[in-house]
Design a protein around this ligand. Structure first.
Ligand code: ADP
Ligand code: MG
Length: 728
């Protein structure tokens, strides 16, 4: 019988691009399945419509009787679009989205039935969700978890289900999901940024954080992916020798998109349009079969929802095209992994991007205020930011000479470096009128609206300023953006609160003018946050040494990195801003450690299995072929046979040696696992998996990959890198 590998390869020979029809313009499709403001106006009473808008703008609670009106309108709209079910759609801490569909259908006796969807069902649900990770927040007697409607993210229809974006909280109100703390952080940064923006413009009454993510991914033929147990179960390859050609020629990046892939992308984009996800950019990435998709940026909560939704839709659309999507940060050794850059900024309800330089000195002082405060926030909380992007899978990518290192630093470009250097020279205390004029004209006033550095990108920086936004580049491709976005917005919120306090004190106690006070505090911050600024090559060894000298953290693995999540500093900040309490933070820490342990444990088992069930049996089979061959040669050549079977004998020996190494590696790895499992706390276990189990992956893999090179291709059962990466 042909192995799965050869069946799969045969299957791929007949693949054709799926025909995609595009009869309507995308602008016409956009948002068609979204319960948007214009749809609301059509389907809701005026009162109901107003109350949703108000909830959106101010966070005001929606009255229960009004909720009944809203649910009725929503149901009418959904049914008119063919929906039969509804679900509270939420993001538990498993990393994917969760949904439990209920039909609108209800019986009313006498064999009759109606479609029903009440306000209560819209506002709150109690899914039997006891199997979601909760890190001990819900012990059994209060195992209830509630999902509650988040009116700031519009409902949408996917397939035939009305999806209602929701938060997921425990009976006691503790967050069990990604969205709840994010919403709290966004509210916090709104308040503090609005207060600071008022120094420059009294009309500002709301500040929104904006997020534009860039999603990288691999597309692998589904038959080929299914032929690899590691891809199927771990989403990455645990072994496989590099092909002769990888990404050396740089011929894939921005290259012409293969036609099967293009069909997939067009299909996906159509779905995104219907769902109101404003996808805009698509291109080939650096590694073979690696691609990227990016939307137009949106308000951060909505952008996070859209990214989670997109990842789900990508899997579903891929089925139609016989592709498997890999979101793993490092699915293949030796070629680039995938990230999810988070482009972030703050924008006012007066239409100003607070991280965009302006046309006047005053606008630029506002820009510098937010710019420098962000750098200061990152400087003071770099270790927390690192913690929010920690995962078993992102560990393979950070610091792998293709992705930002595990060290967080900011790149701002030469122009802005110069500006900050000048500002730093400002005299302490009040400025003389000449000094101020000089400063405003020649330093602040000279920042051009469009920065040259916009094009001069530093791709090795983990947190780079790119002209009118910061780009957090170290986020992993599997990540839910909510976690890094919660932390980033929180630390900036906290920073802006401190800034305002300092400035107000100088104004009050030192009788300084407002701009004097601002200049003074900014100058302090520039001095205090120099460590985090780095303009050089973030991939270099020199930077690692330099960063260590500066006292920046370099937490290379997840258990180490996660410590910052539960530090006193983090706890205090989250508590002060009312974003997360101690219980919520500790639960998250526990859940992430558990997830790390599980991931490494699962990979370790898979590796043991495929090495013992695929690699070793194939190696023995090939060795037997060689042995038979040598025996035959002996028959023909008698005692001279050795001379004629040198190569064969070498390989026979090599196979035996490698089998021995693989076998003993697996045995020792299993022992290390057993020991780790006996440890008391999740943290101890996670460290044991990291330091004592994971190192075996490399040695086992090394010998398996060497065997792949010598064994007859005809009998090798595992689909090779060449086939996975170059089938299109
Ligand atoms: P790149 O060269 O990195 O592709 P782009 O300008 O195309 O740069 O931006 C990449 C991402 O950044 C896109 O998703 C875009 O919408 C987003 N972006 C642009 N401006 C902002 C902003 N003010 N806030 C948040 N994201 C933004
Ligand atoms: Mg970018």
């Amino acid at each position: 019988m042909a192995t799965l590998r050869f069946q799969a390869l045969k299957e791929t020979l007949n693949r054709k691009p799926v025909e995609i029809e595009e009869k309507e313009r995308r602008s016409e499709l956009f948002g068609r399945n979204v319960f948007s403001e214009s749809v609301m106006r059509q389907f809701l009473t005026k009162e109901a419509y107003q109350s949703v808008l108000e909830a959106n703008a101010t966070g005001k609670k929606i009255d229960r009787t009004i909720a009944d009106h809203i649910s009725t309108g929503m149901k009418e709209w959904a049914i008119s679009k063919g929906a039969t079910h509804y679900t509270h759609w939420f993001q538990p801490l498993t990393g994917s989205t969760a949904e439990k569909h209920d039909a609108f259908f209800e019986t009313i006796g006498d064999g009759l039935a109606i479609e029903k969807f009440g306000g209560g069902q819209l506002v709150q649900q109690e899914p039997d969700a006891s199997s979601f990770p909760h890190g001990g927040i819900r012990n059994t007697f209060e195992a209830r978890g509630y999902t509650a409607w988040d009116p700031t993210s519009p409902a949408f229809i996917y397939g035939t289900t009305l999806c209602i974006p929701s938060v997921f909280v425990s009976y006691t109100g503790d967050a069990l999901d990604y969205k709840t703390p994010l919403l709290r952080a966004l509210q916090s940064v709104d308040q503090s940024a609005t207060d600071v923006a008022k120094y420059f413009d009294k009309n500002v009454s709301k500040v929104q954080a904006t997020l534009g993510w860039e999603q990288e991914y691999f597309l692998i033929d589904s038959a080929l992916a299914a032929s690899r147990p590691d891809l199927q179960l771990a989403g990455r390859t645990l072994l496989g020798h590099s092909p002769a050609k990888g990404q050396q020629l740089d011929d894939h990046y921005f290259g012409s998109i293969p036609s099967r892939v293009l069909a997939y992308m067009r299909d996906l984009e159509k779905e995104c349009m219907l769902l109101g996800v404003p996808v805009k950019t698509r291109h080939n990435e650096v590694a073979p079969n690696q691609f990227e998709l990016a939307p137009i940026f949106e308000e951060a909560n909505l952008a996070v929802d859209h990214n989670s939704l997109l990842m789900d839709v990508m899997h579903k659309v891929a089925e139609r095209h016989n592709f498997t999507v890999l979101f793993h940060e490092k699915p293949f050794a030796g070629i680039n992994g995938s990230g999810k850059h988070n482009n972030w900024s703050l924008s006012t309800d007066t239409g100003v991007n607070l991280l965009g330089p302006g046309s006047t000195p005053m606008k630029n002082l506002q820009f510098l205020t937010f710019f420098i405060n962000t750098i200061k926030a990152v400087n003071d909380n770099e270790e927390l930011l690192r913690a929010t992007i920690a995962s078993a899978s992102n560990d393979f990518r950070l610091g792998a000479n293709e992705a930002p290192p595990a060290i967080i630093s900011t790149f701002i470009g030469s122009q802005l470096t110069q500006v900050l250097d000048e500002l730093e020279k400002v005299t302490d205390g009040k400025l003389s009128p000449q000094e101020k004029t000089e400063l405003k004209l020649n330093v602040v006033g000279k920042i051009p609206e469009i920065l040259l550095d916009n094009t001069d990108r530093n791709r090795t920086s983990s947190f780079a300023f790119t002209g009118n936004k910061f780009e957090f580049r170290a986020v992993g491709s599997t990540a839910n953006c909510a976690e890094p976005m919660t932390a980033l917005n929180a630390i900036v919120a906290k920073q802006l609160i401190d800034f305002k306090k300092r400035v107000d004190t100088l104004i009050k106690d030192k009788k300084m003018k407002k701009d004097d006070a601002i200049f003074n505090v900014l100058r302090e911050y520039i001095k205090d946050s120099k460590n985090i600024r780095f303009e050089g090559d973030g991939y270099s060894d020199e930077w690692e040494k330099e960063a260590a000298k500066r006292g920046l953290s370099n937490n290379r693995n997840t258990p180490e990195a996660l410590k910052a999540l539960v530090s006193k500093k983090t706890m205090d900040m989250y508590k002060e801003l009312e974003i997360m309490n101690k219980v919520e933070i500790e639960a998250r820490h526990e859940i992430q450690l558990e997830e790390y342990i599980m991931k490494v444990q699962i990979e370790s088992r898979i590796l043991g299995d495929i090495a013992r069930n695929h690699v070793i049996p194939t190696a023995i089979r090939y060795q037997n072929i060689l042995i038979k061959n040598v025996r035959g040669l002996k028959e023909i050549f008698g005692n001279d046979f050795k001379e004629h079977s040198k190569e064969q004998l070498e390989i026979i020996k090599e196979i035996s040696e490698r089998i021995e190494k693989i076998n003993s590696g697996i045995t020792e790895m299993i022992e290390a696992r057993k020991k780790a499992n006996k440890l008391e706390t999740a943290e101890e276990k996670a460290f044991a998996y990291c330091n004592d189990v994971k190192p075996f992956f490399e040695t086992i893999r090394y010998h398996c990959d060497k065997l792949e090179l010598v064994i007859d291709d005809e009998i090798w059962t595992l689909t090779k890198y060449r086939e996975l990466l170059f089938t299109r």
